[in-house]
Design a protein around this ligand. Structure first.
Ligand SMILES: [Zn+2]
Length: 325
């Protein structure tokens, strides 16, 4: 029986996750998944050499002569050529031909391997779609609220990339709640600048500074950084500031997703990311807003899907994306 092997990477701000996948008779198997620190080595050349050394190690560990594809997921906008990273704010990369760096780093080991570079949320959505709870659906909208807000969209079993490879940039839809708030994308008024994890931290910090709340009110330890979890915890005990904070934040996220559902009418909706997965009370409020604001006909049969792969979704999705068929 013929076997094929794919390697997937998910490059984050502080580490690179990787997974080796075997495909045999139409069945996928995860042979290995691991995490490598990239702290202090974040230039495109550094990351390319991390990819090359993990690849060499995987080949040796599993006694493989070659790979059928290497997929790399990166948080950022990737050019339609899939070679150039237009903007990856976490890595501080702008207009970098990352493909050439990887090709060069791999030249001594796998000079002819297929390489595909993808947006991380597209890869995550693709991974959840194939390996997770959404595999039986024909369309899926996967929205992630973590540091930022992004989405991956699958329609008729195909990952939608858009004309310029930048579809799913849902966090950069504008909202009146985000008025005057500067977004990492360089524009003003994006939902992400109000309701993304980083923005939530900024808002709490700001409100503490102006006296709208206090560390005591939020029951924060002296050295505790203000995060979404502080609001989640205070919400559970009924602290009015936290109740209002979650009410406004969930409305912003819920409205955004309800609008996307009105346009797309997906069969499944997956809600994930560090903020939503770490804050179940916020998630419940978001779902309530979606059900209230989206057109009735669009949500009547909508299936809510829970993320099941968590940290492995990006690597598995990236590896699968190298399968062109
Ligand atoms: Zn933006």
């Amino acid at each position: 029986m013929s076997q094929t092997h794919f390697l997937g990477f998910d490059i984050g701000g502080t580490n690179a996750r990787s997974a080796l996948i075997e495909l045999q008779n139409g069945q996928f198997k995860i042979l290995s998944s691991k995490k490598t620190s990239t702290r202090g080595q974040q230039t495109p050349k550094d990351i390319a050499s991390v990819i090359a050394s993990v690849t060499a190690q995987m080949l040796a560990d599993y006694k493989l002569q070659s790979l059928d594809g290497i997929g790399i997921a990166i948080a950022g906008q990737i050019d339609i050529d899939e070679h150039t990273i237009i903007n990856a704010p976490n890595l501080n990369w702008h207009h970098v031909n990352f493909f050439d760096h990887i090709k060069e780093a791999l030249s001594g080991i796998l000079p002819d391997v297929d390489i595909r570079i993808a947006n991380d949320l597209n890869a995550i959505a693709w991974g959840e779609y194939h390996f997770g709870a959404a595999h039986s659906l024909n369309s899926l909208l996967a929205v992630y609220v973590g540091t930022g807000i992004g989405a991956g969209l699958i329609i008729d079993g195909k990952l939608m990339l858009g004309a310029d490879n930048v579809s799913g940039e849902i966090g950069h839809c504008k909202s009146v709640r985000a008025q005057n708030m500067m977004c990492g994308c360089g524009q003003v008024g994006c939902v992400e600048a109000y309701a993304g994890g980083k923005a939530i931290e900024y808002r709490i910090q700001h409100d503490i500074q102006i006296g709208a709340t206090s560390r005591q009110e939020l029951d924060m330890a002296e050295d505790e950084a203000p995060t979404a979890r502080c609001i989640e915890r205070a919400y559970k005990t009924g602290v009015p500031y936290a109740v209002e904070f979650w009410k406004q934040t969930s409305a912003a996220i819920g409205e955004l997703i309800a609008n996307a559902i009105a346009i797309l009418n997906p069969q499944g909706l997956l809600l994930g990311g560090g903020v939503l997965e770490g804050c179940p009370e916020l998630l419940t409020l978001v779902v309530e807003h979606i059900m209230e604001m989206a057109p009735r006909a669009s949500v009547a049969k909508l299936q809510f899907i829970k993320p099941t792969l968590h940290d492995d979704a990006g690597t598995l999705g990236a590896a699968l994306l190298t399968l062109k068929a």
